[in-house]
Write a protein that binds this ligand. Sequence first.
Ligand SMILES: CSCCC(=O)C(=O)COP(=O)(O)O
Ligand SMILES: [Mg+2]
Length: 227
Amino acid sequence: MIKAIVTDIEGTITRISFVKDILFPYAAKHLEEFVRANQQRDDVKTQIDAVRNELNNPQASLDDVIAALLGWIEADKKVTPLKQLQGFIWQAGYEHGDFTGHIYPDAYAFLNEQNSQNIDLYVYSSGSVKAQHLLFTHSDYGDIRHLFKGYFDTQIGAKQEPSSYQAIAAQLPYDAQHILFLSDVVAELDAAKAADMQTLQLWRDNQAQSDMHPAIESFEQFKALSL
Ligand SMILES: CSCCC(=O)C(=O)COP(=O)(O)O
Ligand SMILES: [Mg+2]
């Protein structure tokens, strides 16, 4: 019996193209100016040092740090300091109304339905917890943060590592087998399954599939599943 749902964002409840074609280019456009202007801010300084750490070069110049960050955006690398900085940068875009956080209509209906049935909803995304809050605060449906009980990002571990799902389950008041993890990415579902969670793939954009996980194309098909 499912008591809690942990959902991925991009590709699961949010269109991939919103992240790849709107959020990532916005971050790339504003990153250099943001990092230079805010390099003395404590939370930004921490992430700049974390980039130097990732580069194994404590002496890396700010130019080197910026070049690495821009390369990681281009390659869609889920490197924690990049994801944390992207969250800071997107704040201005959301607050100026440059975009709203995309949520699929079927996902919005599904999240509301599960919430009304007292299923606890959590988020686990490579996007930082700050970025998650921004997307849900400024979503296509207004502020929908009330739907979620908690948020996890790569600070708990990478999404393709079973230990990350074990750590999430340890923070929830349910055994892993009562937790359903939703994602579009098979490697993430494999990791969650290895941690004893139930899994369900959202298959919206022709992603690779696997016999190991049930799959649906839209949450409208959820009720027909016997989970
Ligand atoms: C929180 S919105 C930004 C999403 C993002 O930056 C990202 O890398 C998407 O990763 P996900 O784990 O949600 O597929
Ligand atoms: Mg995803």
